[in-house]
Design a protein around this ligand. Structure first.
Ligand code: MD5
Ligand code: FE
Length: 203
């Protein structure tokens, strides 16, 4: 199914489909090569969400700021490459959301355990703001907070569940957003966690 959340923002429920087994196997291999870690923000806070990346570059944060870096600072190696199972899901979802020819070069992988949250923010570290961000939710359901172009706009809340994909483009690309603290639970496939993949075109 297909639901318009805002101008340029399209929610595709249960969009992962038959790609799921290959996707999860590839995800496990990425996490083995580049394990989840809790990044520190420039303000000195350790994030409750744990992160890793695949693709040409990965999103990293430390005391000096945010950046896209070809090197995993924990390993000193380049990030695992973006497997075709992930790349093709992102391209298919983007096309369904109205963006043909989406070629992401980064995939940020966020892991939420119960209690983890993502505070209200904008994604603006990417140079190509004309490209959408494609977000894939796996595991436990989460409450997603979708605000406006300024911080003070009231947020609408959406429950995102396993297999849901959101294409964030157009004016929604720079909307403030966040994720409410993850409730405890156990997902049949993913266990006691939510994993979110965000596909980005950084240049
Ligand atoms: C998540 N991740 O559920 C979300 C999904 C992040 C992040 O926010 O930065 O890693 S991506 C949601 C998103 C991206 C770009 C724009 C908008 C939402 N939006 O306009 O609401 O872990
Ligand atoms: Fe974000």
């Amino acid at each position: 199914s297909r639901e318009q959340l805002g101008e340029g923002a399209v929610l595709l429920r249960n969009c992962v489909g038959h790609d799921e087994a290959a996707l999860l196997a590839d995800l496990r291999a990425i996490i083995k090569a580049a394990p989840f870690r809790h990044l520190v923000t420039p303000g000195g806070h350790t994030m409750s969400v744990a992160m890793t990346n695949c693709g040409r570059v990965g999103w990293v944060s430390d005391s000096s700021g945010y950046r896209y870096d070809p090197v995993d600072p924990d390993s000193g190696q380049t990030w695992p490459s973006m497997p075709p199972s992930l790349r093709s899901l992102a391209a298919r979802a983007a096309a369904e959301g109205g963006y043909k020819g989406f070629t992401p070069d980064a995939c940020l992988i966020n892991r939420y355990k119960p209690g983890a949250k993502l505070s209200l923010h904008q994604d603006k570290d990417e140079l190509d703001l004309g490209a959408p961000i494609v977000s894939v939710s796996l595991g436990l359901p989460a409450t997603f907070l979708f605000g406006g172009l300024t911080r003070n706009v009231a947020q609408r809340r959406y429950r995102l569940t396993h297999g849901d994909v959101v294409v964030w483009g157009g004016p929604s690309r720079l909307a403030y957003h966040g994720v409410a603290p993850l409730p405890a639970g156990e997902h049949a496939v993913m266990g006691a966690q939510r994993i979110n993949l965000t596909f980005r075109k950084t240049r």
